[in-house]
Design a protein around this ligand. Structure first.
Ligand SMILES: [Zn+2]
Ligand SMILES: [Zn+2]
Length: 279
């Protein structure tokens, strides 16, 4: 029997994430998904900063909790994304988490997408043709944009810009409101306004399903998963343990079962990662 066979699941979303989450969860886990459209903006809207992974996880968990409080359903799912620039290079970066909790069985499962498959971007323009050029670069009109007068701090903003007529109107409006003759334009990262993001949410959902389908070898509870990456891969040159991951520790959330799995056995770490060879 599948993890959520014939169970009702409440999905908390304002931005039509059910488009990708519902078909995947229903076909793979056997549940019935119901959309709960309460205002998730109370958990914060997008900023131009990457939130810490812990914040992202707790936010998703709180969304699920809120959704469950408002319904008679005992299983909740929510997703939470962050955008920013990769810490080591100026590449736009997206992390998507899909988190599910079964309150009846006390089981949590989740999946992440992490990578640079995103159009996350913004710029400042002085004329309409530059606004249109930016829009085309980020995949407009399939991907929507948001405009503000002056800069990112303006409290005036125009959303739902999804065709050239609306883009022209939004640009003219913001340009006329601007105190310094410029307009801030950025990608709209809400799921329904951003098909690239929707694809990443689908990937995270698939990883959640994979985790749910991994059963504890001892007690059979779904969600047997990676809890720790253990360093110690040996240096290729001097055979000293390095900080590179050598093993993955898997654990059950219901019993004390743990498994240490060697990753890429026989593969050495580059001396570049070795404290002895490259201090
Ligand atoms: Zn070495
Ligand atoms: Zn177990």
């Amino acid at each position: 029997m599948r993890f959520l066979e014939n169970r009702d699941v409440s999905l908390v979303t304002m931005h039509q994430k059910e488009q990708v989450i519902k078909p995947l969860l229903e076909s793979e886990l056997g549940c019935r998904l119901h959309v709960n459209t309460f205002d998730t903006d109370q958990f914060g809207t997008f900023t131009r900063e990457v939130k810490r992974p812990h914040d992202q996880f707790e936010t998703a968990r709180k969304k699920v909790e809120k959704g469950i409080e408002q319904s008679s359903v005992k299983v909740g799912v929510a997703s939470e994304g962050t955008f920013g620039f990769h810490p080591l290079s100026p590449i736009a970066w997206n992390t998507e988490l899909v988190f599910l909790k079964d309150y009846e069985q006390g089981i949590e499962v989740y999946g992440y997408y992490e990578g640079f498959h995103t159009n996350f971007n913004h710029t400042i323009v002085q004329d309409y043709s530059s606004a249109l050029q930016f829009a085309h670069q980020i995949g407009f009109p399939d991907h929507h944009v948001i405009l503000r007068p002056d800069d990112e701090h303006s409290s005036i903003l125009i959303k739902e810009v999804m065709n050239e007529t609306l883009l022209q109107e939004a640009f003219t409006y913001c340009f006329n409101k601007s105190t310094n003759r410029q307009v801030f334009i950025e990608t709209d990262m809400r799921a329904y306004a951003n098909p690239t993001r929707m694809q990443n949410i689908a990937v995270a959902t698939e990883r959640l399903i994979e985790q749910a389908n991994t059963l504890c070898p001892t007690c059979g509870t779904p969600g047997f998963r990676l809890v720790q990456k253990v360093p110690g891969r040996l240096c290729e040159y001097c055979h000293t343990p390095t900080k590179q991951t050598a093993k993955h520790l898997y654990a059950c959330q219901a019993c004390s079962c743990k498994q240490l799995i060697e990753i890429d056995a026989g593969v050495y770490a580059s001396p570049a990662h070795c404290d002895f060879c490259n201090p």
